[in-house]
Design a protein around this ligand. Sequence first.
Ligand code: SF4
Ligand code: SF4
Length: 276
Amino acid sequence: MTDRPPGKIFVIPFLEMDVAFACDLHCPNCTHYSNCGLKGYVPFALGSEWLRTWARRLIPKTFSLLGGEPTLNPDLLSYLDLIAELWPGSERALISNGLGLHRHPGLFERLAATKTRLEVSFHSFKDPDYVQRFNEALMAIETARQRLGFDFVYRPNETTFYRTYRGQGAGMRPYEDKEPHASWTECYNKLCCTIHEGRLWKCPPLAFLGKVVDRFGLRAVPEWQPYLAYRPLAPDVSDEVLHAFFRHEEILECAMCPARLEFSENGLVTRIEAAK
Ligand code: SF4
Ligand code: SF4
């Protein structure tokens, strides 16, 4: 995908990409399914090709690198440089759980140099070990921020998790409230279109569904078939198709999500070992 795709460039509100699928935390109801033991990350040689190609079609007002836990990607600093090169006029953010920032010496300096905002999510008061590690990470961030001046946002996410599927593991099933407009109206992911496998997906729950059904052997489960049939966009789609993608609110696949949200306080499970 090195040739320039035909077509217009669209300015859109928001775009994101998971650069790691694994996570060292295990938050129930993670909308990227990273609590389900997903593995791996996107090597820069591959991910940079996807991003360069889509930068010829899309200019997001805000672009976020996330996961999973993006610090589990050894190429993270190269990604920061690349998104600053591709979208210099956009707001750019790195979204992390904060616990693995030390894995990348020079990360804070690179955030400052590329004017990338660091956003760190807090997930639970229930685990004292986690709270201590999080507070230590916050102190390191604040010390660096005072020295270097990068933007920082603290995201208290401990009460914002809602279930996007029923059951767990091999028992995972879509909601199927059969009210896709109501599901989309309630959805917290409605602006989170994402680049995955070189294509553009409506949201993380659809983008990473294939990974979680493979993890739990759910490929042939009848209830998941309508949602596994979702087709993301290739970067060479026509202007009309791309325009329709951003114009549409709900799609039929939104029926897999709840029409009435069920919130839970997020009792995370820490996994100290790297989850690569
Ligand atoms: S920190 Fe929690 S919510 Fe964030 S990716 Fe990891 S498991 Fe998901
Ligand atoms: S399928 Fe629709 S309702 Fe569900 S997360 Fe995606 S955009 Fe939201």
